[in-house]
Design a protein around this ligand. Sequence first.
Ligand code: 5AD
Ligand code: SF4
Length: 417
Amino acid sequence: MKFFIETIGCQMNVNDSDKITDYLLISGLEQTNDMPEADLVILNTCSVRFSAEHKAYSFLGRIGEQKEKNPNLIVGIVGCMAQYAHKEIKRRCKFVDFVLGAKEIDKFADAVSKFINTEYVISAKRQVGVFQYVTIMRGCQNFCSYCIVPYVRGPEISIGVDEILNEITGYAEQGVKEIILLGQNVNSYNYHGTNLTELSQKVSKIDGIKRIRFMTNHPKDFSDDLIDEIAVNDKICKHIHLPLQSASEAVLSRMNRKYTYENYKLLIDKIRNKIPKINITSDIIIGFPGETDKDFQNTLKASKDLKFGGLFIFKYSPRPNTKAYKFQDNVLLGTKKERHSILLDQSMDISKKLNEQYINRTEEVLVDAYVDGVCESRNSQNIKIFFNSDNNMTGQIVNVKINKAFANSMFGDMCEY
Ligand code: 5AD
Ligand code: SF4
């Protein structure tokens, strides 16, 4: 039997799909990247913005056509949209065999076993890459007013220290070099008193692990001891993704982010003082209900002052159940698009200028992939760096002298040893 899995959404979903893949492989199924070949199709869905749901329904349309050609095809829909819209999915897509929400992902084995016979195959394993996401926390209870995540993933739970360390040790033995510790708010990790700083110290002692990253940080919980640890621990990468969302105090308060722009700025100053080489990236939501032109100008100015290395900019999308769903979505789509493009242009300019400072500098990079004679790698700051090579250097750490810089990537030459 062959299975096909499609994943929409964040790294948390990618990680859940990895777990599902691991399970199906040890259950004797074979993975295919070609949907028409599959006997089982799994779609892992996202609900963070309306556009993600739209994407899921169009993919479901394709699956439906496939099921007409192959009535024996088993179809499972999992993830965040499956959590809160399971009735709607079943109503619109009668061909779906099972729907399993993000909160119930641990019941995947039970759900799928009703439709397929599984046998335990010890030798089958997912091919791991250079880096691997490892979930250290599930759920979120911050209830930012625009966000559906707390409703679809439930309250925050920290995963046990030993469980995390065992999982990472297994990956290290298979050749993984970089671990990304994953959670909606990794800064509030706490397992019987062990916090993120202590967890990172333990991870950095695992043989074979060369780099550690975090995803995602919340400004309200970023502790001084973590800043100090990032500063002194060579294995922790000098990149922090720290979503700001808006620089307007009024908007931040309506978003229920629990920090002010002033607090955020002080945090950034403190981080930069202690870790001069740090690259800070961020998320911004454009067109939150009631966002005035003045609010937007504040965000635009702040994004310049704070010199973000990169920005993910999202147009506000009203989500059912959330507090902001009751606010009027009163920023016109045209205005959202305009603000989005102004901020994006500025952000690309800033990133390019920051990256140009790397020209003629030598960067230590970890190679992720080798495609057509080109090594794709990243430095500690998480900037993508390409260089030509006769050899596939995937998984190795090498020095590259940068000669060209763009907003989202840089190019260079590998230094001889
Ligand atoms: N509309 C637009 N963007 C959103 N995000 C979360 N919820 C919404 C929403 N309803 C963005 C936030 C978050 C990122 C992962 O997605 O910026 O940091
Ligand atoms: Fe959503 Fe806020 Fe939780 Fe992030 S911290 S997942 S934005 S509620």
